[in-house]
Design a protein around this ligand. Structure first.
Ligand code: SF4
Length: 341
C-alpha cells in the first residue's frame, strides 16, 4: 500500500483515475488525511495503537466527500482509529457471528440454507472501524486455484445451493479477469440461480464499476444482485450514482445495507436522508443492521430498544419501500432476526 499523494490527483482528475491506482494509493497516515481535510493532526481523535491493530485506510474518492474542517464528519468517524477501540467490553469479541463454526472449507462459509458465502478477497478499499470481520483470519481463507476447484465441487455436490454470495473483505477488490472466470464457472452449475455480491467499492471507489465488470455481470444467466454498503447520505455523489446506473443497465439489482452507528446515523433525520439518498442514487434500502458486538467497536453501539424506537419513528417519515428491515444476526440462527417489521 502506497501512501496517497494528493498532489498527483486533482479533484478534476479523480473521476478518470483508475480504480486500481486509487485502491493502492489510500490515505494511511493521519497527518496526510488531516492536511487533506484542512485540519491540524491533533484535531483528529486518532489512536496510533488502534491503527496498529486495524490500520487507517481511506481511498481518495471517499475522503473527498468528507466535510473539510470538520473533525466530527460522519464519514471520517467511520474510518478514524479511535482510542476507545482499545477498551474491552463484556460480550464484544473477535468473532461476533461465530463464523468459524460455519467455515466448512477454507474460503467458504455455509451457514444459511440454499446459500453459500465465498471469501473472494481479504482486501478492502477502506477499513471501517465497526466491521464485524475486522479480526477475521483472511490469511487462512485465501482462495487459490486448487481451493477454487474444491469450492466448485462443494457447490456442484449440493443441489440445495441456489445462491452464491461473494463477500470478503471486498470481493470487487479482485480483478475483472478473475471475476469473469469465476462467474463463468459458477454459471455452469445447473442448480445455481443467483449470484449476490456484497461490496463497499461502488461507494468508496465508484470507478470500480468498469465496463468489463458490467459485461461479465450482464452475460451470466445467473440473476445478479449487488448489495452496496453506505451508512450516511453524504456517501452518495454523482460518481456513485453513475456507477449504480451502469450496474442497473447490466440488469443487476442494486440494494443498500447499512449499520446503525452511534454518532454517525442514529437519528431519524439522518436515517431519512440516508435511505432517500440511497434510493435516489439507485439502490433500494435493504437491511439496517444493529451493530455486531465486535471487539473494538463498542463505542458505536446503541441498544436494540433504541434502534426499534428509532425505526418506529422513521416508519412515519418514509414510504414502505424506503424503509430497510431492522435486523440483527444471531450466531447459530438459520436466518437474520428481524427487530422491526
Ligand atoms: S469488509 Fe466491508 S465493512 Fe468490513 S472493512 Fe471491508 S469494506 Fe468495511
Amino acid at each position: 500500500m502506497k501512501a496517497i499523494n494528493t498532489a498527483n490527483i486533482s479533484a478534476a482528475q479523480q473521476p478518470q483515475t483508475s480504480w486500481q491506482y486509487l485502491l493502492s494509493h489510500c490515505f494511511t497516515d493521519p497527518v496526510s488525511l488531516a492536511k487533506f481535510l484542512q485540519l491540524e493532526p491533533e484535531q483528529l481523535n486518532f489512536s496510533a495503537q488502534a491503527s496498529g491493530e486495524f490500520s487507517l485506510k481511506v481511498p481518495l474518492p471517499y475522503a473527498m466527500r468528507m466535510q473539510k474542517g470538520d473533525s466530527r464528519d460522519p464519514l471520517l468517524l467511520q474510518v478514524l482509529p479511535d482510542p476507545r477501540e482499545l477498551e474491552h467490553f463484556p460480550g464484544f469479541v473477535t468473532d461476533p457471528l461465530a463464523e468459524a463454526d460455519a467455515n466448512h472449507l477454507s474460503g467458504l462459509i455455509h451457514k444459511y440454507k440454499n446459500r453459500v458465502l465465498l471469501m473472494l478477497s481479504g482486501a478492502c478499499a477502506i477499513n471501517c472501524r465497526y466491521c464485524f470481520r475486522r479480526h477475521f483470519p483472511y490469511d487462512d481463507n485465501k482462495i487459490g486455484s486448487q481451493q477454487w476447484q474444491k469450492i466448485l465441487r462443494y457447490i456442484e455436490n449440493d443441489s440445495s445451493i441456489e445462491e452464491v454470495i461473494f463477500s470478503g473483505g471486498d470481493p470487487l477488490a479482485t480483478s475483472d479477469q478473475r471475476l469473469d472466470k469465476l462467474i463463468t464457472q459458477l454459471g455452469q452449475i445447473k442448480h445455481l440461480q443467483r449470484l449476490r455480491i456484497h461490496s463497499r467499492l461502488p461507494v468508496v471507489i465508484p470507478q470500480r464499476i468498469t465496463d468489463q465488470l458490467c459485461q461479465t455481470l450482464q452475460k451470466t444467466h445467473l440473476q445478479t444482485l449487488l448489495v452496496i454498503h453506505a451508512n450516511h447520505a453524504n456517501e452518495f455523489d454523482l460518481q456513485v450514482t453513475e456507477a449504480l446506473d451502469k450496474l442497473k443497465a447490466a440488469n443487476v439489482t442494486v440494494l443498500n445495507q447499512a449499520v446503525l452507528l452511534k454518532g454517525i446515523n442514529d437519528t431519524v433525520a439522518s436515517q431519512k436522508k440516508l435511505h432517500t439518498a440511497s434510493f435516489a442514487a439507485g439502490a433500494l434500502p435493504y437491511y439496517l443492521f444493529v451493530l455486531d458486538p465486535v471487539q473494538g467497536a463498542a463505542h458505536f453501539d446503541i441498544s436494540d430498544s433504541q434502534a426499534q424506537q428509532l425505526v418506529a419513528e422513521l416508519q412515519r417519515e418514509l414510504p414502505g419501500y424506503l424503509l430497510p428491515r431492522l435486523a440483527r444476526e444471531i450466531p447459530g440462527k438459520p436466518h437474520k432476526t428481524l427487530l422491526a417489521i
